[in-house]
Design a protein around this ligand. Sequence first.
Ligand SMILES: [Zn+2]
Ligand SMILES: [Zn+2]
Length: 240
Amino acid sequence: MGSKKHSLSGSLHPKWKGGLYELICQECGKPFQVYYGRKETAKFCSRSCVQKKLSRDALIAVTVFGIKRCPNCGEIKYVGSFYKHKGTSDGYSAYCKECEKLRRKDYYDKNKDEYLSRQKLWRSEHKERLRKQRRSQYLRNRDRVRDIRKRQQAKYRLENRARIRAQEAISRKVNREKIRSRAKIRAKQDIANLKPYYLKQLLRRRELAATPKIIAFKKEQIMLFRELKTLRRRLDHGLN
Ligand SMILES: [Zn+2]
Ligand SMILES: [Zn+2]
């Protein structure tokens, strides 16, 4: 069955239409030769010239039209469907995101054991670095959460100012004693710790300027007095 094959080729073939035809390569401009059958269709001298033309067209497609063909799934997609990739001629990775994900997963599955053991090794070699990284990540996240919360609270307070004020007034009334005793305790602690505002109060009472130097001096003085007092008391009790 089928057509009988001619054993005659080239100029002996019954359909022979002449010898080689010379054409000019549309990419490199050099002459090249083809047989009759490809006389109308051939445009390039070599595969590398076809490749060059294709990549140039692809680059135009990306830069001018914002589209790109994925060689894996064969689909033409907008460049947004491709990961950005520095170092490639068009700035995008060759395969579309979906294919890239599949390929990565595939690669990961195939090399899972090796990958995991390498990761383990790397982790054990970079413990300190990882610790710092985790720490800074935690701090950054904490600050961010705090900022967000602060802003939310400020907004809430602004929007519900009247209601919050009323609530606060009520709770002040209800907790008056608690608030008072807490304030007393805090004031005592502040005096014990010689907080700057307390020292300033003292100086102001004596009509002295509360410069940092004078504040520091006052603090030192009070501490010495206190020390003296303690020593005296211990002496009175027969201790030393
Ligand atoms: Zn060429
Ligand atoms: Zn694809």
